[in-house]
Design a protein around this ligand. Structure first.
Ligand SMILES: Nc1ncnc2c1ncn2[C@@H]1O[C@H](COP(=O)(O)OP(=O)(O)O)[C@@H](O)[C@H]1O
Ligand SMILES: [Mg+2]
Length: 402
């Protein structure tokens, strides 16, 4: 008798062996006990914060390096250790952390810091409605009132778009110089950036006062990634689950390109899930390869789904007129608008949109010289068309096209 497919899955899940001992260990927020190959960086961050324990103000600090090089981990670890030492209240120290990827406006970010400073009610600090300088003043008052030595960590600071706008830049500058205003207590700012070109985009005044000190995190080598993985594997999986060749491949795939420990750990988690679903006894090279493909596809699907309707129509138009000129793609786009009863945008806007999508890498453009007729650009999809169709099937407005 053929087993009911639902029963089979449920049976496997309950009787089948799990490869994982503790899945949490592979989540990006997990703090490992051992931080390998980052001794210098841990020392430098600690060193720069030591004045706190002498009731003095540390310098502002800018930390940067590629994603997955351990910046967040090292900073959080140092903050935890300092906080641990002063938890008896012997020093009035407050270490505040916020990620600008989650709070993309300066207002939101300051409110997040304010909450940690004890301004917990809407009355003390409303989520909207105040001027940004008023929010700033309230934070300063809270610091002065309690005579606090504070550190504000802004992680992934490159996501703070306002840093390049006029008012944003001014408020941020005041934040970097807040100390000069405080009659009591102090404020040190730590900015962490994944984007190495971030410095070039910053206003020179802001840059010079944010980067009183600087620490650069270099990429991990393939071998370092491998050692980091070995530590994590001991905690995450039951013994001897990982084929040595799979470990090497995982380290090589994440190490060679950018030395990214996060990608290596994600790859391991996804490969483990694939292997477990197949009831495989171990994680093999092939599971790592498939995990990598799946992660790539998931990333593309997320990117595709986040586009507004006309961008999606345009991507479909490129797919249908693959390798064709802007004019031909525009024609194809207009046809799609007709089928879906959408009002078409102008060719000028569409041409601009093509360049925007090209920048994300989902389509690629090639300039073609046509002798005396000048030049034109031809566009092609860089993804598998099936991935595009699968992603867009979730959009009801595109139903008739797929
Ligand atoms: N030296 C290390 N030892 C152990 N785990 C590490 C190390 N460096 C990074 N990781 C792990 O890799 C992932 C990415 O690190 P993270 O600090 O978030 O990188 P970044 O902030 O530079 O993007 C996290 O899961 C972290 O625990
Ligand atoms: Mg980080």
């Amino acid at each position: 008798m053929v087993k009911d497919p639902i029963d089979k899955l449920l049976d496997d899940a309950t009787t089948g062996k799990s490869l994982f001992k503790n899945r949490e260990v592979l989540h990006f927020t997990y703090m490992p006990d051992v931080v390998l190959h980052r001794d210098e960086e841990q020392k430098k961050v600690t060193q720069s914060l030591i004045p706190l324990l002498k009731r003095a103000r540390p310098s502002n600090l800018l930390i940067y390096g590629k994603p997955g090089t351990g910046k967040t981990l090292v900073v959080k670890k140092v903050l935890n250790k300092i906080q641990e030492r002063v938890k008896d209240g012997s020093f009035p120290i407050q270490l505040l952390y916020a990620n600008a990827k989650e709070e993309t406006t300066l207002y939101g970010l300051l409110v997040k810091f304010g909450r940690q400073l004890g301004l917990t009610t809407q009355k003390e600090l409303p989520t909207t409605g105040l001027s940004i300088s008023e929010v700033f003043n309230r934070l300063m008052d809270a610091i002065e009132k309690n005579n606090l030595n504070t550190v504000f960590v802004v992680d992934e600071i490159d996501y703070l778009a306002e840093l390049v706008s006029k008012t944003g830049k001014d408020v941020f500058y005041s934040l970097t110089r807040a100390n000069e205003r405080l009659k009591k207590g102090s404020l040190t700012l730590i900015g962490i950036s994944n984007d190495l070109t971030f410095k070039e985009r910053l206003d020179p005044r802001v840059l010079s006062s944010l980067s009183e000190e600087e620490i650069v995190f270099t990429n991990y080598t393939v071998n370092q990634i491998k050692e980091i993985l070995v530590e994590r594997i001991k905690e995450a999986f039951i013994p001897n689950v990982l084929d040595p060749a799979a470990l090497n491949l995982c380290a090589a795939m994440s190490g060679q390109e950018h030395g990214d420990a996060r990608r290596a750990i994600d790859l391991l988690r996804v490969a483990g899930e694939i292997a477990e679903r197949e009831q495989s006894e171990s994680i093999k090279e092939d599971h790592i390869r498939r995990a990598s493909l799946k992660m790539e596809e998931d990333k593309e699907t997320t990117a595709l789904n986040s586009y507004p309707l006309h961008e999606k129509l345009l991507i479909l138009a490129v797919m249908k007129a693959n390798g064709n000129t802007t004019g031909e793609i525009y024609q194809s786009y207009k046809n799609l608008c007709k089928t879906t009863r959408q009002k078409e945008l102008t060719q000028r806007r569409i041409t601009q949109m093509l360049s925007e999508i090209e920048m994300t890498g989902l389509i690629s453009g090639k300039i073609i010289h046509q002798g005396m007729h000048g030049r034109t650009k031809k566009f092609a999809l860089t993804l598998n068309p099936e991935t595009v169709k699968k992603a867009f099937r979730e959009d009801l407005a595109l139903e008739d096209l797929l």
